[in-house]
Design a protein around this ligand. Structure first.
Ligand code: AMP
Length: 419
């Protein structure tokens, strides 16, 4: 069968890499893809936002399954449109994708279904938000309601920082319409990790846990990014906590989507804070994480297409995938200046040398083929992933490979997967 992956980042390359290994998949298309996906199949020059053109392509090429990477395509209703054209696609419909694209919608859903999450208040008037924050307890967390590429969240230590965050989101509209409303919530203490589960009305198929490194700089300092690296397993989720996550988050989530008749068939990827009182949901994402996919798919031994198809067919709870016991680490190589402004078009060297290291796979993100050269084409440029018998080994291999890659103004964290 032919499959189409929508997206251009590292997650899309990881999906294409895994699906291309399936004996059932004859061809992997990526729209628009990057220099890495071009090597695994064929890139299609259609932007993520051009849904009618993507649907027309899927029809014309007889695509058996389309997998959606980016959240904005889901929020824009790509699944609804594909389904109305009789095309098979994995992902939540626009209504269900609001669980990610509106923090308020997600909070209300969690409250209705008893899913543990931080206490919060929503504001659509910035003066009210400013007034409330003057007498609030600190620290607290200010979040733009809508999608903001992982950058719309500020942990404010004092009223001044909260005022700045509200001003940027609501008055200056730094995140565009996503900041029209904000959610302000209590700051939770604990250890962060995330889980992934393919969810449909039959239930869910849980993937291993992972840990992201969201801040730009070592020691979790600097601005929030889309993610500078990941490790799986996270090391934080023991069997007891995993059982609580299943019963308090996933079981309640599935019961909730059924009770409210929300057509959710796709990947659910909640960010969690493991607090003294148990797991709490920080946010819902409704697609594979990026760069979480880059470690999870390295550990998946089973055929991904079987899992994805089962989810589209509402039978995912019956799936029992095999996972590699080894640890996986992914180190992101980013353009200097990311998540702010950065230069594109820098030639990348050392890719072949890096790939020679055992158990290393390079996932391209912001890259582009420019004649014979591969050049930088985005903020996050590459994900260097490695497997190892434990996290120390995986981390060593990933950094060894990363050391062989060079481009002008490369930026990375040195502490991905560090103890
Ligand atoms: P989110 O996009 O909602 O996952 O938030 C991005 C990051 O902000 C998370 O990975 C956490 O590090 C932090 N964060 C979000 N909400 C909270 C909270 N209620 N308490 C503490 N930290 C939070």
């Amino acid at each position: 069968m032919k499959v189409l992956i929508i997206g251009s980042g590292g997650r899309g390359h990881a999906l294409a890499w895994k699906l291309a290994q399936s004996p059932r998949v004859t061809k992997v298309y990526s729209a628009p893809g990057n220099a890495g996906t071009a090597r695994l199949g064929e890139n299609v020059d259609i932007g993520v936002g051009d849904i009618p053109a993507l649907a027309a392509f899927a029809k014309r090429e007889n695509i058996r399954l389309t997998v959606v990477g980016p959240d904005d395509a889901l929020a824009a209703g790509i699944v609804d449109i594909f389904e109305s054209e009789g095309l098979r696609i994995l992902g939540p419909r626009a209504e269900a994708a609001r669980l990610e694209s509106s923090k308020r919608f997600a909070k209300e859903f969690m409250r209705r279904h008893g899913i543990p999450t931080a206490e919060s208040r929503e504001f659509s008037d910035s003066l009210e938000a400013h007034a409330w924050c003057r007498s609030a307890k600190y620290p607290l967390v200010v979040k733009a309601d809508g999608l903001a590429l992982g950058k719309g969240v500020v942990v404010a230590e004092n009223p001044l920082e909260a005022a700045m965050a509200i001003h940027r989101a609501m008055d200056l509209r730094v995140f565009g319409e996503s900041g029209r409303r904000i959610v302000i919530e209590e700051c939770l203490r604990g250890v962060e990790c995330s889980i992934h589960a393919l969810v449909d009305e039959s239930g869910y198929c849980l993937f291993p846990d992972a840990k992201d490194h969201k801040r730009a700089f070592d020691g979790n300092r600097g601005p929030n990014t889309g993610g500078m690296g990941t490790v799986s397993p996270s090391g934080a989720l023991d069997a007891t906590l995993a059982e609580r996550v299943k019963s308090e988050v996933l079981d309640r989530f599935v019961a909730g989507i059924k009770a409210e008749n929300i057509g959710f068939r796709g990947m659910l990827f909640p960010g969690l804070m493991l607090t003294e009182d148990g797991p709490q949901v920080l946010e819902f994402n409704c697609r594979f994480g990026d760069p979480e996919a880059q470690v999870l798919l390295r550990r998946l031994r089973s055929d991904l297409i079987d899992l994805l198809e089962a989810c589209v067919d509402n039978a995912v709870a019956l799936q029992r995938p095999q996972w590699d016991d080894q640890a996986a680490v992914c180190v992101v190589l980013a353009s200097g200046g990311y998540p702010g402004t950065y230069k594109k078009g820098n030639p990348i060297g050392g890719l072949e040398e890096a790939e020679k290291i055992a158990d290393v796979v390079l996932f391209h993100a912001g890259t582009k083929q420019d004649g014979p050269r591969v050049v930088t084409n985005g903020g996050r440029v590459l994900g260097v992933s490695a497997l190892g018998s434990d996290r120390v080994g995986a981390r060593k291999a990933a950094y060894e490979a990363a050391n062989r890659i060079h481009f002008d103004q490369m930026q990375r964290r040195e502490d991905i997967g560090a103890p």
